[in-house]
Design a protein around this ligand. Structure first.
Ligand SMILES: [Fe+2]
Length: 434
């Protein structure tokens, strides 16, 4: 910081301290220039482009003064000399205009990794580096693990969403990924909001891969010619699989993790629901995983107000039923709902379960639960939540907790060798009013 500005700050401080009784000045202080992007890597985030057992992608950003960017990777060791064994790989760089100038987004891909192995990596330009981060590759076979799922973050990301993501990580620090059901920010093109989002997750993003779905707020309302255009920040900052239908790359994708197939859909692309359905069917038909989790933004069964999304329900639910999708995780309604919509011929007494549908919210924007939401066996509003999902070959245990740590909802699905499912409701008695 220039000396003149420091002196100015000291002078201003002493004036304020000395004149507390004075009226608030009419003019707001000049905004502090952002420190990001700079030469030092920021917004470091792990994602997968490919098989989580053998690959890992990382993106980060710097200012445009960085000529070349690299990642270094070594198997992690308690001996700090591990760094001498690191191998360096070049990053691909994309220039993205931001209000403060141009940001360089860098992406490195690690491949030929060993399954179920802890690695250490750092990113930088050869002189200025991030710290060393650790991550663990997935096992190549089905094995128990946990993941975190959160609904819309969207508003007050620094001020109030931060407590949700941090509570989730502290509660389940060994989670293998964090699934976001869309509307990560309020204005998709806002670099400042993304800065808050990355600040809330901070170094966690560098250690636990993020699995984001797009919400309506990731689409640029600033671009009047095409209001359905995905924010220009999405693809440079998240390196995601490109196995989805043409034109929906990195918003529709899938991957397998230790016996779970995770499928992320784009419910905002309303003119593309049918081709997503065809693609979805291909991913469900060719699925040897024990469990299937599908995530996207708009609820199949709504919670808030008079909301309803029949086009999404009509396009995709028949496939969830046909192929026995276990859970569908969504957001958008700024409230909580969880329930089943049992297919014909099945009822709760059979102890079989249909797909379990969940709507949740992690940020502070809240909507009231609408009347006649009989599909849901647990609903809630005015509560910031996160979810921890524990999966093993035999069972899927789901817990929703408030950001203050109270158990808000829970259920378990068990699966026999023949694939027959049993649903066990474990929702707790609640002491508060939600
Ligand atoms: Fe939304």
């Amino acid at each position: 910081m220039p000396v003149r500005r420091v002196l100015h700050g000291v002078l201003l401080c002493s004036l304020v301290v000395g004149a507390l009784s004075m009226a608030v000045p009419a003019q707001a202080p000049a905004p502090v220039p952002p420190a990001d992007p700079g030469r030092r890597p920021s917004r470091v985030v792990l994602t997968w482009r490919d098989d989580p057992a053998r690959t890992q992608a990382v993106t980060w950003r710097t200012d445009a003064l960085v000529d070349e960017a690299f990642a270094e990777l070594a198997e992690a060791s308690a001996n700090p000399g591990f760094a001498a064994l690191a191998r360096r790989s070049p990053a691909r760089t994309t220039a993205v205009p931001v209000p403060s100038g141009t940001a360089y987004y860098h992406e490195a891909r690690f491949s030929a990794l060993r399954p179920d192995t802890m690695y250490a990596y750092r990113v930088g330009d050869g002189a200025t580096w991030s710290e060393w981060f650790h991550f663990r590759t997935a096992a190549a076979e089905p094995a128990p693990f946990s993941f975190i799922y959160v609904g819309d973050a969207q508003n007050d990301l620094r001020s109030l969403w931060s407590r949700a993501i941090r509570a989730a990580i502290l509660d389940a620090p060994r989670s293998r990924f964090v699934l976001h059901a869309g509307d990560l920010v309020n204005v998709g093109e806002s670099d400042d909001e993304w800065g808050e989002w990355f600040g809330a997750g901070s170094w966690i993003n560098g250690m636990i891969p993020q699995v984001p779905a797009v919400g309506n707020h990731e689409f640029g309302r600033l671009n009047r010619e095409d209001p359905r255009q995905l924010t220009t920040l999405w693809r440079p900052q998240f390196a995601l699989p490109e196995d989805g239908p043409e034109g929906l790359a990195e918003t529709v994708y899938s991957f397998d993790y230790q016996g779970v197939r995770v499928i992320v859909l784009n419910s905002v692309a309303e003119t593309r629901l049918a081709d997503q359905a065809a693609w979805l069917e291909s991913r469900l038909k060719d699925n040897r995983n024990r469990w299937t989790v599908v995530a996207f933004h708009h609820p199949v069964f709504s919670v808030a107000g008079e909301r309803d999304n029949p086009t999404i329900r009509n396009a995709w639910k028949p496939l969830f039923d046909k192929y026995g999708v276990d859970v569908v995780l969504t957001g958008h309604d700024h409230s909580y709902g969880r329930g089943q919509n049992l297919t014909e011929g099945v009822n709760r007494r059979d102890e079989e379960t249909g797909t379990v549908y969940v709507v949740s919210v992690s940020g502070p924007k809240m909507y009231e639960v609408g009347k006649a939401r009989s599909w849901a066996t647990r609903t809630g509003a005015n509560v910031q939540l996160y979810q921890v999902v524990n999966v093993s070959p035999q069972s899927l245990r789901f817990e929703s907790r408030t950001v203050t740590g109270q158990l808000f909802d829970a259920f378990e699905i068990t699966k026999a060798r023949n694939g027959r499912r049993r649903f066990i409701d474990r929702k707790p008695e609640l002491s508060g009013t939600y």
